[in-house]
Write a protein that binds this ligand. Sequence first.
Ligand SMILES: C[S@@+](CC[C@H](N)C(=O)[O-])C[C@H]1O[C@@H](n2cnc3c(N)ncnc32)[C@H](O)[C@@H]1O
Length: 210
Amino acid sequence: MKFDQQNINTFKDLKRVAKSYPGRLLDVLECFSQNQYDCKTWLIDCLNQYPYHFKNKTKDSIDIAVLGGWYGLMAKLISTSFNLKPIDSIYSYDFDPIAKKIGKTLFPEITFIEKDIADLDLNDKHFSIVINTSCEHIDQSLLYKSIDTAPTNTLFVLQSNNMSYVQQHINCVDSLQVFEKQYESRLDKVRAYELHKEKYTRYMLIGVKR
Ligand SMILES: C[S@@+](CC[C@H](N)C(=O)[O-])C[C@H]1O[C@@H](n2cnc3c(N)ncnc32)[C@H](O)[C@@H]1O
């Protein structure tokens, strides 16, 4: 193993998590696993190539929301690797108060907000992009509500998977076609993608709110 100052800083962060939230250590390690990283960098690669959205827009910089943002990995990666526009702010929403506390210690530059998506009205905020990589964890009616409250032309990026054997996965999809069908009346200019992993498939849609 290569060992340098970056490793030392990472171990320091993990020690803080283990001390303050020992029951969360495995969940934090899962959040920062190779698999989670691959799915999120895949999202950013596809988003950076999405052809339609920012061509004729006048805004100099944009705000981005991540829903079900967990400990902030998606927000952190998008803050460093999104390259279609400068980013003004990134908000990571999650209803788990401990996810917010841990996320804030790891990534102080991200704004973490403790909120249930059920209570979120995206119309107030004018995010240019809303990302939700936790669709498999969230009731379908809430996913629809998050789109329905957003202004027309908001760009949505959604991920789900077919791992229905996991207890917390209450809303998996069996195929990319099913996932696309769920959003066809709400999203326009949709690009659909799938990523085959060893044990499951992850699905992704990028589209513009009608
Ligand atoms: C296990 S994690 C994320 C897994 C996903 N594959 C990813 O990396 O984005 C799911 C997150 O969604 C959050 N979540 C689930 N339902 C929610 C809701 N109604 N409002 C806000 N956050 C929610 C959970 O608290 C958790 O942090």
